[in-house]
Structure formats: C-alpha cells, structure tokens
Design a protein around this ligand. Structure first.
Ligand SMILES: [Zn+2]
Length: 309
C-alpha cells in the first residue's frame, strides 16, 4: 500500500503509556487550532469529526479519495491524493501530507529519521550512499523536493519567500524536547537569507489529544524544554498521565522559533489514530504500522509561485 514509505529504523517512538481510544469523544480545543475545515475547491483536509467514527466521505475502495487538487493534475488516478494546506497552497508551494497509499515524488530527499534535532540538506539526502541522519531537511534549489515520514508524530512543512526555500520537519515529543522545530526553522532562515517573518508553516496529520496519552517523564521533559505554557496542552486523565496535544506543542515551538501565529496552517492536522481509513498510526497499529510520507517542493520556476508570504 505505501510503497514509498520506507520506515527508517527507530521511527517508532515508544512513549510509555499510550492509548488509542478510537471511539473517544474529541475534547474541545482551547488552543486556537483550526478546525480543519477547508474548501473542497482546494482539495485539502476533510472537516474533523466530533465522534471518532470513520468519515463518510472517504472512499472505501482506496481509503483516501480526495477532491481534485488545484494544481492541474488529472483526477481519477489510482494513487491516493495527499492532503494540502491552504497556507502553503496560497504561496504556490507544491506539497502534500501523506495519507494511506499516497506517494511523494521520486526525487524526494528524505533523511534517516532518529527523533533528534539535526537538520540536513536536500543535497546530502541525494548524495550516493545511505541518507544522513536527521529529522529536518532544508532545500534551496528550484525543483528540489524534500520530505519526512511519520506514523503519529507531527509532520511540519515550511516555505519562505514564495517557495525560494522549503523544509520538512518530523517532530514527535522527543524531537520537540530536543528542539528540532526551532533548529529546522533556523536553518531554513539561514540557508535562504529570508526573514523568519516570511516563513509559512503547515502542520500535518498526527496523533491527536483525543488518542495520545503520555506519562509524567514525557510531560516533565516537555515542560523543561517549552516551559509551563506547554502544560496547557496536556489534559490530566489520571495520576501521572495526561492526554497530550502534540500539534499544539509543535505550533508553540514554531512560534518560539519566530514563525507568526497567522502563518501556521493546520488544515491537514487530523488525528492519525482516529482515522484508520486514511492514516497509519503507530499507537493504533503497533510496530507493523505503515508510514505516511509528506513532501514539499520548490517550484521549478519560482515565478510560478504566487503570493509572497
Ligand atoms: Zn484521535
């Protein structure tokens, strides 16, 4: 099914106590995360469900049918269409958040992910031999495509200056603690020589606060890195355990790195564990879980990019 999603070693992120409560009601979001509702015209994420039941709009045949994208690709192909985010689409940046069966372009450069904070270049990923270890990858040349894979962790795709440079980040709780988001943004800004105020970011599908229970050591590590504010995104459920909103923490880390709140999209920030029709989920499916592949590209011709962010 996911031919292109080759899980790197140690992709799994065991985190102590975790539950995958498929039928659990989604708690109200108080962190300003968007609802995920976008126009069908752009082919982006489906509206979130409030009951954890499989969405009725998903095709049973391929598990991930999406409306046609706005990039001129013909519809009706057999491959599942990745999700798009309006914040990046408005900048003219080609990208996709993976669903079951979707693939990235062949030339997509991906690092070997290790839940660290190292940032690598697209060039390093293209070089002969095994890909470099890293959890963020930055590209600066027209036509470059970079990506990461996930199966519950948070994928973040970024672009600056209408797509002059792009980056992909893989952020689980370990990556957040190690500063991978801040490191990725810093390298994107450095490599492109563009102000951080011109960075646009999009948060993709990851395990939601409805399904992600963590224990005290995880919470303590996050508090130590991101401060007390981070604990606003952890809802205690029993002694020493909380339901964690990883996406909100990724957003917090992006803001700390200088990215504007309004420049962070989350049209595709759906819960991987809740939606088995569309997403792989490590917590739900275990070590045999597939991986979602996410990618972002620099247009071949930058003048085709619209709307400088
Ligand atoms: Zn969920």
């Amino acid at each position: 099914m996911s031919k292109a999603a080759q899980p790197p070693r140690s992709e799994a992120e065991p985190s102590g106590v975790v539950s995958a409560r498929d039928g659990a009601a989604q708690p109200p979001r108080s962190d300003g995360e968007p609802s995920g509702v976008v126009s069908a015209r752009d082919g982006a994420a489906q509206p979130p469900r409030s009951d954890g039941e499989p969405s009725g709009v998903v095709s049973a045949r391929d598990g991930a049918a999406q409306p046609p994208r706005s990039d001129g690709e013909p519809s009706g192909g057999r491959k599942a269409r990745p999700l798009v985010d309006l914040a990046l689409a408005r900048c003219g940046v080609p990208h996709g958040f993976g669903v079951r069966g979707s693939v990235a372009p062949d030339r997509c450069g991906r690092p070997r992910q290790v839940h660290g904070a190292a940032v690598v270049s697209a060039e390093a990923c293209r070089a002969p031999g095994p890909p470099p270890e890293g959890d963020a990858v930055v590209a600066t040349a027209p036509g470059d495509v970079v990506g990461v894979v996930t199966a519950d962790c948070v994928p973040i795709l970024l672009a600056v200056g209408g797509g002059r440079a792009v980056a992909a980040i893989h952020a689980g709780w370990r990556g957040l603690v190690r500063g991978v988001v801040e490191a990725g943004v810093a390298e994107l800004v450095r490599a492109s020589a563009v102000a951080v105020t011109r960075v646009t970011a999009a948060i993709g599908p990851h395990i939601g606060p409805c399904c992600y229970e963590v224990d005290a050591p995880v919470l303590e590590a996050l508090r130590a890195r991101l401060g007390a504010e981070a604990m606003a995104h952890a809802r205690p459920v029993r002694a020493g355990h909380a339901m964690l909103d990883l996406g909100a923490l990724a957003r917090l880390a992006l803001r700390r790195a200088g990215v504007g709140e309004a420049a962070i999209g989350s049209d595709a920030a759906l819960c991987t564990a809740c939606d088995r029709e569309r997403f792989h989920s490590y917590r739900r499916d275990g070590p045999g879980a597939g991986r979602l592949v996410h990618f972002v590209a620099i247009p071949e011709r930058l003048d085709t990019a619209s709307g400088e962010p």
